[in-house]
Design a protein around this ligand. Sequence first.
Ligand SMILES: Nc1ncnc2c1ncn2[C@@H]1O[C@H](COP(=O)(O)OP(=O)(O)OP(=O)(O)O)[C@@H](O)[C@H]1O
Ligand SMILES: CC(=O)N[C@H]1[C@@H]2OC[C@@H](O2)[C@@H](O)[C@@H]1O[C@H](C)C(=O)O
Length: 374
Amino acid sequence: MSRAIPKTGSVTALGAMSGTSLDGVDAAVIRTDGVTIGSFGESGYRAYTTEEQQILSAALGQWSGPAAEAATRIVQQAHEELLAEFTGVDLVGFHGQTLAHAPRTRGTYQAGDGAALAKSLGRPVVWDFRTADVDLGGEGAPLAPFFHFACARHIGATGPLAFLNLGGVGNLTYIDPSFERPEMPGALLAFDTGPANAPLNDLLRARRGMAFDRDGAIAKSGTVEQGALELFLAEPYFARMPPKSLDRNDFSQMVALVSELVDADAAATLTAMCAAGVAAGMQHCPTPPDRVLVTGGGRHNPVLMEMLSVSLDCPVMPVEDTGLDGDMLEAQAFAYLAVRVARGLPTSCPGTTGVRAAVGGGIVSLPEAQAQAG
Ligand SMILES: Nc1ncnc2c1ncn2[C@@H]1O[C@H](COP(=O)(O)OP(=O)(O)OP(=O)(O)O)[C@@H](O)[C@H]1O
Ligand SMILES: CC(=O)N[C@H]1[C@@H]2OC[C@@H](O2)[C@@H](O)[C@@H]1O[C@H](C)C(=O)O
Protein backbone atom coordinates (compact mmCIF):
# COMPACT_ATOMS: atom_id res chain seq x y z
CA MET A 1 0.00 0.00 0.00
CA SER A 2 1.29 3.49 -0.88
CA ARG A 3 2.04 5.65 2.13
CA ALA A 4 2.08 8.94 0.21
CA ILE A 5 -0.78 11.36 0.83
CA PRO A 6 -2.90 11.72 -2.34
CA LYS A 7 -2.50 15.28 -3.65
CA THR A 8 -5.98 15.71 -5.12
CA GLY A 9 -9.49 14.38 -4.62
CA SER A 10 -10.99 13.00 -1.44
CA VAL A 11 -8.93 11.08 1.07
CA THR A 12 -9.80 8.96 4.08
CA ALA A 13 -8.59 10.70 7.21
CA LEU A 14 -8.63 9.45 10.79
CA GLY A 15 -8.72 12.11 13.52
CA ALA A 16 -7.98 11.67 17.21
CA MET A 17 -8.75 14.02 20.06
CA SER A 18 -8.09 13.74 23.76
CA GLY A 19 -9.98 16.61 25.35
CA THR A 20 -9.79 18.67 28.52
CA SER A 21 -12.17 16.35 30.42
CA LEU A 22 -9.34 13.78 30.46
CA ASP A 23 -11.88 10.97 30.03
CA GLY A 24 -10.25 9.29 27.03
CA VAL A 25 -9.37 9.44 23.34
CA ASP A 26 -11.99 9.79 20.59
CA ALA A 27 -11.12 8.72 17.06
CA ALA A 28 -13.20 9.13 13.90
CA VAL A 29 -12.87 8.74 10.15
CA ILE A 30 -14.07 11.16 7.52
CA ARG A 31 -13.74 11.30 3.78
CA THR A 32 -12.92 14.78 2.53
CA ASP A 33 -10.87 16.81 0.08
CA GLY A 34 -10.14 19.32 2.86
CA VAL A 35 -12.98 21.60 1.77
CA THR A 36 -16.21 19.61 1.49
CA ILE A 37 -17.21 16.76 3.76
CA GLY A 38 -17.82 13.70 1.56
CA SER A 39 -18.91 11.27 4.25
CA PHE A 40 -18.41 10.28 7.86
CA GLY A 41 -16.94 6.88 8.69
CA GLU A 42 -16.41 4.65 11.69
CA SER A 43 -15.36 5.90 15.10
CA GLY A 44 -13.90 4.54 18.33
CA TYR A 45 -13.07 5.46 21.90
CA ARG A 46 -10.34 4.45 24.33
CA ALA A 47 -11.06 5.47 27.93
CA TYR A 48 -8.22 6.50 30.22
CA THR A 49 -8.04 4.35 33.38
CA THR A 50 -8.37 6.13 36.72
CA GLU A 51 -4.62 5.80 37.22
CA GLU A 52 -3.93 7.30 33.78
CA GLN A 53 -6.32 10.17 34.51
CA GLN A 54 -4.43 10.93 37.71
CA ILE A 55 -1.13 11.07 35.84
CA LEU A 56 -2.62 13.32 33.14
CA SER A 57 -4.23 15.52 35.74
CA ALA A 58 -0.95 15.90 37.63
CA ALA A 59 0.73 17.04 34.41
CA LEU A 60 -1.73 19.88 33.70
CA GLY A 61 0.11 23.18 33.65
CA GLN A 62 3.50 21.46 33.16
CA TRP A 63 5.49 22.47 30.09
CA SER A 64 8.23 19.88 30.61
CA GLY A 65 9.69 17.60 33.27
CA PRO A 66 8.84 14.16 34.64
CA ALA A 67 5.08 14.75 35.02
CA ALA A 68 4.75 15.91 31.41
CA GLU A 69 6.88 12.99 30.21
CA ALA A 70 4.74 10.49 32.12
CA ALA A 71 1.60 12.07 30.59
CA THR A 72 3.13 11.90 27.11
CA ARG A 73 3.79 8.16 27.47
CA ILE A 74 0.14 7.59 28.37
CA VAL A 75 -1.16 9.74 25.52
CA GLN A 76 1.13 7.93 23.10
CA GLN A 77 0.15 4.44 24.22
CA ALA A 78 -3.59 5.16 24.26
CA HIS A 79 -3.44 6.57 20.72
CA GLU A 80 -1.30 3.74 19.38
CA GLU A 81 -3.74 1.17 20.78
CA LEU A 82 -6.87 2.88 19.50
CA LEU A 83 -5.67 4.07 16.10
CA ALA A 84 -4.12 0.73 15.14
CA GLU A 85 -7.66 -0.68 14.99
CA PHE A 86 -8.53 1.43 11.93
CA THR A 87 -7.75 0.25 8.41
CA GLY A 88 -7.83 1.90 4.97
CA VAL A 89 -6.69 5.27 6.30
CA ASP A 90 -4.66 7.70 4.11
CA LEU A 91 -3.55 9.97 6.93
CA VAL A 92 -4.05 10.65 10.61
CA GLY A 93 -4.76 13.93 12.43
CA PHE A 94 -3.34 13.70 15.95
CA HIS A 95 -4.27 16.51 18.33
CA GLY A 96 -2.60 15.13 21.46
CA GLN A 97 -3.41 16.18 25.01
CA THR A 98 -3.23 19.85 25.92
CA LEU A 99 -1.18 20.09 29.11
CA ALA A 100 -0.70 23.85 29.11
CA HIS A 101 -2.07 26.77 27.12
CA ALA A 102 -0.87 30.36 27.59
CA PRO A 103 -0.72 31.73 24.05
CA ARG A 104 0.27 35.28 25.01
CA THR A 105 3.19 34.25 27.19
CA ARG A 106 4.57 30.72 26.96
CA GLY A 107 2.66 29.27 24.01
CA THR A 108 0.61 26.11 23.84
CA TYR A 109 1.63 22.55 24.58
CA GLN A 110 -0.05 19.35 23.39
CA ALA A 111 1.60 16.18 24.70
CA GLY A 112 2.20 13.51 22.08
CA ASP A 113 4.82 12.67 19.46
CA GLY A 114 3.37 12.56 15.96
CA ALA A 115 6.61 11.38 14.36
CA ALA A 116 6.70 8.32 16.64
CA LEU A 117 3.00 7.70 15.98
CA ALA A 118 3.59 7.81 12.20
CA LYS A 119 6.27 5.15 12.55
CA SER A 120 4.21 2.88 14.76
CA LEU A 121 1.05 3.17 12.62
CA GLY A 122 2.86 3.16 9.26
CA ARG A 123 0.73 6.13 8.19
CA PRO A 124 1.40 9.86 7.66
CA VAL A 125 0.48 11.80 10.78
CA VAL A 126 -0.37 15.50 10.97
CA TRP A 127 0.15 16.97 14.44
CA ASP A 128 1.14 20.08 16.43
CA PHE A 129 -1.82 21.95 14.94
CA ARG A 130 -1.73 24.97 17.25
CA THR A 131 1.86 26.25 17.39
CA ALA A 132 2.02 28.03 14.02
CA ASP A 133 -1.10 30.03 14.86
CA VAL A 134 0.31 31.09 18.24
CA ASP A 135 3.63 32.02 16.61
CA LEU A 136 1.72 34.39 14.33
CA GLY A 137 -0.03 36.09 17.24
CA GLY A 138 -3.14 33.88 17.38
CA GLU A 139 -4.77 32.18 20.36
CA GLY A 140 -4.01 28.73 18.91
CA ALA A 141 -7.61 27.78 19.79
CA PRO A 142 -10.32 27.03 19.01
CA LEU A 143 -9.40 25.19 15.80
CA ALA A 144 -12.60 23.25 15.16
CA PRO A 145 -14.33 26.32 13.55
CA PHE A 146 -13.10 25.61 9.99
CA PHE A 147 -14.61 22.15 10.36
CA HIS A 148 -17.80 23.63 11.84
CA PHE A 149 -18.03 25.79 8.72
CA ALA A 150 -17.79 22.68 6.52
CA CYS A 151 -20.42 20.98 8.72
CA ALA A 152 -22.76 23.95 8.32
CA ARG A 153 -22.46 23.61 4.54
CA HIS A 154 -22.83 19.82 4.81
CA ILE A 155 -26.15 20.08 6.70
CA GLY A 156 -27.40 22.65 4.19
CA ALA A 157 -27.57 25.62 6.59
CA THR A 158 -28.41 28.90 4.89
CA GLY A 159 -28.75 31.36 7.80
CA PRO A 160 -26.31 32.16 10.62
CA LEU A 161 -25.91 29.41 13.17
CA ALA A 162 -23.61 28.51 16.04
CA PHE A 163 -21.86 25.37 17.16
CA LEU A 164 -21.36 25.17 20.91
CA ASN A 165 -18.93 22.57 22.23
CA LEU A 166 -19.40 21.77 25.92
CA GLY A 167 -16.47 19.64 27.05
CA GLY A 168 -14.20 20.56 29.95
CA VAL A 169 -14.01 24.08 28.50
CA GLY A 170 -16.79 25.57 26.31
CA ASN A 171 -16.20 26.98 22.85
CA LEU A 172 -18.55 28.61 20.38
CA THR A 173 -18.34 29.07 16.61
CA TYR A 174 -20.65 31.60 14.96
CA ILE A 175 -21.00 30.85 11.24
CA ASP A 176 -22.44 32.75 8.33
CA PRO A 177 -22.71 29.95 5.75
CA SER A 178 -23.44 32.38 2.94
CA PHE A 179 -19.69 32.97 2.65
CA GLU A 180 -17.86 30.70 0.27
CA ARG A 181 -14.77 30.07 2.33
CA PRO A 182 -14.24 30.00 6.10
CA GLU A 183 -11.30 32.41 6.05
CA MET A 184 -13.36 35.19 4.44
CA PRO A 185 -13.88 38.10 6.87
CA GLY A 186 -17.34 37.73 8.39
CA ALA A 187 -17.70 33.98 7.78
CA LEU A 188 -16.63 32.92 11.29
CA LEU A 189 -16.31 34.23 14.81
CA ALA A 190 -15.03 31.78 17.43
CA PHE A 191 -13.88 31.78 21.04
CA ASP A 192 -13.87 29.83 24.28
CA THR A 193 -17.02 30.72 26.22
CA GLY A 194 -15.65 29.88 29.67
CA PRO A 195 -15.44 26.78 31.77
CA ALA A 196 -18.00 24.11 30.85
CA ASN A 197 -17.92 20.76 32.69
CA ALA A 198 -14.41 20.85 34.18
CA PRO A 199 -15.19 22.72 37.45
CA LEU A 200 -18.33 20.65 38.08
CA ASN A 201 -16.41 17.42 37.44
CA ASP A 202 -13.62 18.57 39.76
CA LEU A 203 -16.07 19.49 42.53
CA LEU A 204 -17.93 16.18 42.38
CA ARG A 205 -14.74 14.15 42.21
CA ALA A 206 -13.43 15.94 45.31
CA ARG A 207 -16.67 15.79 47.29
CA ARG A 208 -18.23 12.51 46.17
CA GLY A 209 -15.62 10.61 44.16
CA MET A 210 -17.90 10.93 41.11
CA ALA A 211 -16.60 11.62 37.59
CA PHE A 212 -19.46 13.98 36.66
CA ASP A 213 -23.07 14.98 37.37
CA ARG A 214 -24.75 12.35 35.22
CA ASP A 215 -27.88 13.78 33.55
CA GLY A 216 -27.65 16.76 35.89
CA ALA A 217 -29.09 14.59 38.68
CA ILE A 218 -27.40 16.55 41.47
CA ALA A 219 -27.81 20.05 40.03
CA LYS A 220 -31.50 19.35 39.33
CA SER A 221 -32.52 19.61 42.98
CA GLY A 222 -30.26 22.58 43.74
CA THR A 223 -30.74 26.33 43.79
CA VAL A 224 -28.41 28.68 41.94
CA GLU A 225 -26.54 31.04 44.30
CA GLN A 226 -26.97 34.36 42.49
CA GLY A 227 -24.18 36.15 44.37
CA ALA A 228 -21.63 33.57 43.26
CA LEU A 229 -22.93 33.75 39.71
CA GLU A 230 -22.55 37.53 39.67
CA LEU A 231 -18.99 37.33 41.00
CA PHE A 232 -18.18 34.81 38.29
CA LEU A 233 -19.62 37.02 35.54
CA ALA A 234 -17.59 39.98 36.82
CA GLU A 235 -14.44 38.23 35.55
CA PRO A 236 -12.95 40.51 32.84
CA TYR A 237 -12.73 37.53 30.46
CA PHE A 238 -16.43 37.77 29.64
CA ALA A 239 -16.33 41.42 28.57
CA ARG A 240 -13.27 40.88 26.37
CA MET A 241 -13.99 40.82 22.66
CA PRO A 242 -13.28 37.50 20.92
CA PRO A 243 -11.28 35.74 19.65
CA LYS A 244 -10.07 34.51 23.04
CA SER A 245 -9.17 31.14 24.52
CA LEU A 246 -8.69 29.46 27.87
CA ASP A 247 -6.59 26.83 29.55
CA ARG A 248 -8.54 24.07 31.33
CA ASN A 249 -7.79 25.36 34.81
CA ASP A 250 -7.98 29.11 34.15
CA PHE A 251 -11.23 29.30 36.11
CA SER A 252 -10.41 26.71 38.78
CA GLN A 253 -10.83 29.41 41.45
CA MET A 254 -14.58 29.44 40.72
CA VAL A 255 -14.96 26.24 42.73
CA ALA A 256 -14.10 28.41 45.78
CA LEU A 257 -17.19 30.54 45.02
CA VAL A 258 -19.39 27.53 45.80
CA SER A 259 -17.29 25.97 48.55
CA GLU A 260 -19.78 26.84 51.31
CA LEU A 261 -22.79 25.50 49.40
CA VAL A 262 -24.34 22.05 49.77
CA ASP A 263 -23.65 19.69 46.86
CA ALA A 264 -26.90 20.27 44.98
CA ASP A 265 -26.66 24.08 45.19
CA ALA A 266 -22.95 24.03 44.30
CA ALA A 267 -23.63 21.81 41.26
CA ALA A 268 -26.58 23.97 40.17
CA THR A 269 -24.45 27.12 40.49
CA LEU A 270 -21.48 25.70 38.54
CA THR A 271 -23.89 24.51 35.84
CA ALA A 272 -25.45 27.97 35.71
CA MET A 273 -21.97 29.51 35.38
CA CYS A 274 -21.33 27.45 32.27
CA ALA A 275 -24.61 28.60 30.70
CA ALA A 276 -24.01 32.21 31.78
CA GLY A 277 -20.56 32.21 30.13
CA VAL A 278 -22.16 31.11 26.88
CA ALA A 279 -24.87 33.78 27.13
CA ALA A 280 -22.23 36.45 27.82
CA GLY A 281 -20.21 35.28 24.82
CA MET A 282 -23.25 35.34 22.58
CA GLN A 283 -23.44 39.11 23.07
CA HIS A 284 -20.26 39.38 21.00
CA CYS A 285 -21.79 37.64 17.96
CA PRO A 286 -22.72 39.92 15.03
CA THR A 287 -26.36 38.78 15.10
CA PRO A 288 -28.24 36.20 17.15
CA PRO A 289 -27.84 32.90 15.28
CA ASP A 290 -30.91 31.06 13.98
CA ARG A 291 -30.01 28.12 16.24
CA VAL A 292 -27.28 26.82 18.52
CA LEU A 293 -26.15 23.25 17.83
CA VAL A 294 -24.63 21.74 20.95
CA THR A 295 -21.85 19.20 20.79
CA GLY A 296 -19.61 17.62 23.47
CA GLY A 297 -20.61 15.84 26.68
CA GLY A 298 -22.51 18.80 28.13
CA ARG A 299 -25.36 18.26 25.68
CA HIS A 300 -26.24 15.13 27.68
CA ASN A 301 -26.95 17.27 30.75
CA PRO A 302 -30.64 18.29 30.65
CA VAL A 303 -30.22 20.87 33.43
CA LEU A 304 -27.49 22.64 31.46
CA MET A 305 -29.47 22.42 28.21
CA GLU A 306 -32.52 23.93 29.92
CA MET A 307 -30.46 26.78 31.38
CA LEU A 308 -29.05 27.49 27.91
CA SER A 309 -32.51 27.47 26.35
CA VAL A 310 -33.72 29.98 28.92
CA SER A 311 -30.74 32.32 28.59
CA LEU A 312 -30.21 32.36 24.81
CA ASP A 313 -32.45 34.15 22.32
CA CYS A 314 -32.66 31.26 19.85
CA PRO A 315 -33.41 27.53 19.77
CA VAL A 316 -30.78 25.32 21.41
CA MET A 317 -30.50 21.69 20.31
CA PRO A 318 -28.01 18.80 20.26
CA VAL A 319 -26.12 18.50 16.94
CA GLU A 320 -27.77 15.11 16.49
CA ASP A 321 -30.91 17.03 15.40
CA THR A 322 -29.01 17.79 12.18
CA GLY A 323 -27.60 14.27 11.75
CA LEU A 324 -24.11 15.04 13.12
CA ASP A 325 -22.40 13.04 15.90
CA GLY A 326 -21.82 15.19 18.98
CA ASP A 327 -19.48 12.68 20.60
CA MET A 328 -17.14 12.57 17.61
CA LEU A 329 -17.23 16.08 16.16
CA GLU A 330 -13.83 17.08 17.59
CA ALA A 331 -12.10 13.88 16.41
CA GLN A 332 -13.68 14.43 12.99
CA ALA A 333 -12.46 18.04 13.11
CA PHE A 334 -8.84 16.96 13.46
CA ALA A 335 -9.25 14.45 10.62
CA TYR A 336 -10.57 17.28 8.45
CA LEU A 337 -7.86 19.71 9.57
CA ALA A 338 -5.18 17.12 8.83
CA VAL A 339 -6.29 17.03 5.21
CA ARG A 340 -6.27 20.83 5.07
CA VAL A 341 -2.71 20.89 6.43
CA ALA A 342 -1.61 18.25 3.92
CA ARG A 343 -3.16 20.30 1.10
CA GLY A 344 -1.67 23.62 2.27
CA LEU A 345 -5.06 25.11 3.18
CA PRO A 346 -5.50 27.41 6.20
CA THR A 347 -6.86 26.04 9.48
CA SER A 348 -7.41 29.32 11.33
CA CYS A 349 -7.95 33.00 10.54
CA PRO A 350 -8.40 36.33 12.32
CA GLY A 351 -12.05 35.55 13.15
CA THR A 352 -11.29 32.22 14.83
CA THR A 353 -8.06 32.72 16.76
CA GLY A 354 -7.15 36.38 16.23
CA VAL A 355 -4.14 35.34 14.15
CA ARG A 356 -2.93 38.13 11.84
CA ALA A 357 -3.82 36.34 8.61
CA ALA A 358 -5.28 32.97 7.60
CA VAL A 359 -2.69 30.38 8.51
CA GLY A 360 -2.13 26.65 8.08
CA GLY A 361 0.42 25.05 10.33
CA GLY A 362 0.81 21.57 11.71
CA ILE A 363 3.67 19.16 11.15
CA VAL A 364 3.37 16.31 8.65
CA SER A 365 5.37 13.27 9.74
CA LEU A 366 5.76 10.43 7.26
CA PRO A 367 6.31 6.89 8.52
CA GLU A 368 9.63 6.33 6.83
CA ALA A 369 10.93 9.82 6.12
CA GLN A 370 11.89 12.95 7.94
CA ALA A 371 9.20 15.38 9.13
CA GLN A 372 7.97 17.93 6.64
CA ALA A 373 6.66 21.31 7.71
CA GLY A 374 2.94 21.62 6.92
N1 LIG B 1 -24.95 12.07 30.67
C1 LIG B 1 -24.24 13.15 31.04
N2 LIG B 1 -24.74 14.02 31.94
C2 LIG B 1 -24.07 15.11 32.34
N3 LIG B 1 -22.83 15.42 31.90
C3 LIG B 1 -22.28 14.60 30.99
C4 LIG B 1 -22.93 13.43 30.51
N4 LIG B 1 -22.13 12.82 29.61
C5 LIG B 1 -21.00 13.58 29.55
N5 LIG B 1 -21.08 14.63 30.38
C6 LIG B 1 -20.06 15.67 30.64
O1 LIG B 1 -19.28 15.83 29.47
C7 LIG B 1 -17.89 15.66 29.79
C8 LIG B 1 -17.16 15.08 28.59
O2 LIG B 1 -17.32 15.94 27.52
P1 LIG B 1 -16.40 15.84 26.24
O3 LIG B 1 -16.11 14.43 25.95
O4 LIG B 1 -17.06 16.66 25.19
O5 LIG B 1 -15.11 16.58 26.78
P2 LIG B 1 -13.70 16.79 26.11
O6 LIG B 1 -13.77 16.51 24.65
O7 LIG B 1 -12.72 16.02 26.93
O8 LIG B 1 -13.42 18.33 26.40
P3 LIG B 1 -13.00 19.58 25.47
O9 LIG B 1 -13.98 19.72 24.37
O10 LIG B 1 -13.04 20.72 26.43
O11 LIG B 1 -11.62 19.30 24.99
C9 LIG B 1 -17.89 14.75 31.01
O12 LIG B 1 -16.69 14.89 31.76
C10 LIG B 1 -19.12 15.23 31.75
O13 LIG B 1 -18.81 16.36 32.54
C1 LIG C 1 -5.73 24.69 23.88
C2 LIG C 1 -6.79 23.66 23.73
O1 LIG C 1 -6.52 22.47 23.64
N1 LIG C 1 -8.05 24.11 23.70
C3 LIG C 1 -9.19 23.22 23.53
C4 LIG C 1 -10.00 23.20 24.83
O2 LIG C 1 -11.14 22.34 24.72
C5 LIG C 1 -12.24 23.13 24.27
C6 LIG C 1 -11.66 24.50 24.07
O3 LIG C 1 -10.59 24.50 25.02
C7 LIG C 1 -11.05 24.70 22.66
O4 LIG C 1 -10.45 25.95 22.61
C8 LIG C 1 -9.96 23.67 22.33
O5 LIG C 1 -10.41 22.51 21.69
C9 LIG C 1 -11.22 22.48 20.54
C10 LIG C 1 -11.27 21.12 20.00
C11 LIG C 1 -10.78 23.42 19.40
O6 LIG C 1 -9.60 23.70 19.25
O7 LIG C 1 -11.66 23.78 18.62
